[in-house]
Design a protein around this ligand. Structure first.
Ligand SMILES: Cc1cc2nc3c(=O)[nH]c(=O)nc-3n(C[C@H](O)[C@H](O)[C@H](O)COP(=O)(O)OP(=O)(O)OC[C@H]3O[C@@H](n4cnc5c(N)ncnc54)[C@H](O)[C@@H]3O)c2cc1C
Length: 600
């Protein structure tokens, strides 16, 4: 009884004082951020308050409707038919406020639109939205191009800051960060607004200026999301991660302040956004990345080999590993191979710095070895290697490997790789990844690696993405990666193994057959079994934050390793009230799974 009357007295005091009592603002702030508000709650902003935000961003506040919502209302209607034409176009999906490039993840998340979105045009729009969200205890999400596998750029009952409209790209011959450090040597660079996608940079930097910038492999991935992931492209074995090339960024932090950050101005926050995960630090509005001399040639190697028996497949895997270790484990070669339950080895490799003849010469001994044993191996897809003028690598016209954005008015350089088509709108049954240490390539370890790949491939296709492990990269690329927040394990890994599967788009509202949940869960289990086989030879292996398992229970250690405590301290400094929350983001352990309730 006594305790209750004390509490009642305190509540009365709080109600009377409306913030003038000296301890009050802090108390109120704490109370506000324990629970975020949803539509229907008394504290949800009034229509008048929303109008104030709309005025502050000059009308660029929009209601968000579900992607393909037109189909829920009228599946046969013209609007639904027209929207559905674009269902496999990643640029269309990225251009919708509710667009998510993944249509969900079994038992993890399904797309759910925000209530409103601020379609940001500049840093002051972003600051207005951040301040509004903080002052009204709203759940805030930030979206670039929508490629989060983990669904971190969408949340129901939230306010979205949508960056897609900010996509200007500017080149610099000599860039100096805003920094008083006389030691800084100006370098050639490119500045991108945060809503740009990588093809915007490749067009400006390579096609138009004969330079190279290290970005992502998928042309339609967002620049800010990828850099904050760490970010790997086909040629990362030569040039390092995208985050390693970051020279400066502009970011709006939870206090609404627009900051220019670099190696000498707020270096801790600058370090954190280089791989510390998107959506946890603030809203990045601009990024400046170093550019490199463009190699004369980019090239590739391709083909599929099928083994006639399990024994032959074991032999093939072991032979390939030996061949990789001796000939491909260097800055020239990136991208991937896969080993699958049907005893196929698929090659989809990319190279830089080798001309056509050099690329062919590298692969000839392996191809000769395969073709010399037709009783054991057949060539399911023709084997080959080649190279082309690097300036035309991302050209759309006359390039069979690229699909152009067919929409009227789309930039002529917007297109995506044929090989990425299957991922557009995918609904994931499961996904996991782990960094495989380069020690497994030592001659005495190769058989263990081959055995584990064979065992894992009995359950599910395993991809080895050589460009997503930096062992074998030049010393300067490794040194730069060590100056980022990405798990240091990346520097000791020769590849990132990825095991994932799913099915075609199942966006909510689309008329389609019901999901076969049993089959999907069986598939997810197969992914776990394959991953387990690899974990046996790489215990405690890290995992790439943006291409990883939604359910990883040790995500802090897996994504950031020894960097996690430092990231946690930086989070506490710049966002003590956790305004920026994402699933398995730094500091998210303080919040409920939906990011609405702070754990006491
Ligand atoms: C089909 C596909 C292909 C991919 N290919 C590659 C690849 O080649 N290489 C690679 O390394 N990774 C790849 N990824 C992973 C990808 O890099 C990350 O998911 C990345 O974060 C996506 O950025 P986005 O802007 O496209 O996505 P979004 O979903 O918009 O954003 C991803 C995360 O970053 C945050 N974010 C986005 N913009 C900002 C901003 N301006 N300020 C603050 N936070 C922001 C979001 O809140 C979210 O948490 C791929 C993913 C998919 C689905």
């Amino acid at each position: 009884m006594r305790r209750r009357s004390v509490l009642k007295g305190m509540a009365a005091l709080l109600a009377m004082n409306s913030g003038s009592f000296f301890g009050m603002p802090a108390l109120q702030a704490r109370a506000r951020t324990m629970r975020r508000v949803r539509p229907g709650d008394a504290a949800w902003p009034s229509a008048g308050n929303w109008q104030k935000l709309k005025d502050a961003v000059e009308g660029n506040l929009v209601e968000v409707h579900p992607l393909f919502g037109t189909c829920g209302a009228d599946p046969k209607g013209a609007a639904c038919q027209s929207d559905q034409k674009n269902i496999r176009n990643p640029f269309y999906v990225g251009d919708q406020p509710a667009g998510t490039q993944v249509s969900g993840w079994l038992d993890a998340w399904m797309p759910a639109p925000s209530v409103y979105a601020v379609k940001a045009r500049n840093a002051s729009d972003v600051a207005a939205a951040v301040n509004f969200a903080r002052e009204n205890s709203l759940r805030l999400v930030v979206k670039g191009a929508g490629h989060s596998y983990q669904g971190t750029s969408n949340a129901p009952d939230s306010l979205l800051i949508w960056m897609r409209a900010m996509n200007q790209v500017t080149l610099h011959d000599r860039f100096f960060p805003q920094c008083n450090n006389a030691k800084f040597v100006p370098v050639s660079a490119v500045t991108a607004e945060a809503g740009a996608v990588w093809i915007d940079l490749y067009n400006a930097v390579t096609a138009e200026a004969d330079r190279y910038v290290q970005g992502g492999g998928c042309t339609d991935v967002g620049v800010a999301g990828l850099v904050q992931s760490g970010g790997f492209g086909s040629l990362s074995k030569g040039f390092g991660t995208a985050a390693s090339g970051l020279l400066e960024a502009e970011i709006v932090t939870a206090d609404g302040v627009v900051r220019t950050i670099n190696a000498c101005s707020e270096p801790d926050l600058f370090w954190a956004i280089k791989g510390g995960g998107g959506g946890s630090w603030g809203v990045v509005t601009k990024l400046t990345l170093q550019t490199h001399e463009l190699p004369a040639h980019f090239g590739s190697a391709w083909g599929t080999i099928k083994a006639v028996s399990d024994d032959a497949f074991r032999k093939l895997i072991a032979r390939f590993i030996g061949f990789y270790a001796a000939n491909l484990f260097n800055p020239n070669w990136g991208e991937q191979i896969s080993v699958a339950p049907d005893n196929t080895l698929k090659l989809s490799m990319v190279c830089q710095g080798l001309d056509k003849q050099q690329a062919k010469r590298v692969w000839q001994p392996f191809y000769d070895w395969v073709k010399a044993s037709p009783q054991e191996f057949s060539v399911a897809d023709e084997l080959g290697a080649g190279a082309t003028d690097a300036r035309h690598w991302w050209d759309i016209a006359g390039n069979d490997s690229m699909i152009p954005d067919p929409r009227a008015g789309a930039p002529k350089y917007h297109g995506w790789w044929q090989g990425d088509q299957g991922q557009v709108g995918a609904f994931l049954h499961g996904y996991d990844s782990l960094w495989l240490p380069a020690s497994l390539l030592k001659p005495q370890q190769q058989q263990r690696l081959a055995d584990a790949l064979f065992a894992g491939s009995r359950h599910k296709k395993i991809g080895l993405h050589f460009n997503k492990g930096l062992a074998g990269a030049p010393a300067e690329a490794l040194a730069a990666a060590k100056e980022t927040a990405t798990n240091p394990a990346v520097c000791d890994a020769f590849a990132l193994a990825i095991i994932a599967d799913g099915e075609g788009p199942v966006y909510p509202g689309l008329a389609r057959r019901a999901l076969d949940m049993d089959a999907a869960r069986k598939d997810a289990h197969a992914i776990d079994l394959a991953t387990t086989e690899l974990r046996r030879i790489a215990p405690g292996a890290g995992s790439y934050v943006s291409e990883s398992n939604y359910f990883n229970p040790s995500w802090q250690q897996a994504f950031w390793g020894t960097n996690y405590p430092k990231l946690r301290a930086i989070k506490a400094k710049y966002d003590p009230d956790g305004l920026f929350f994402v699933h398995h983001g730094v500091g998210s352990e303080e919040w409920s799974a939906d990011g609405f309730t702070r754990r006491s």
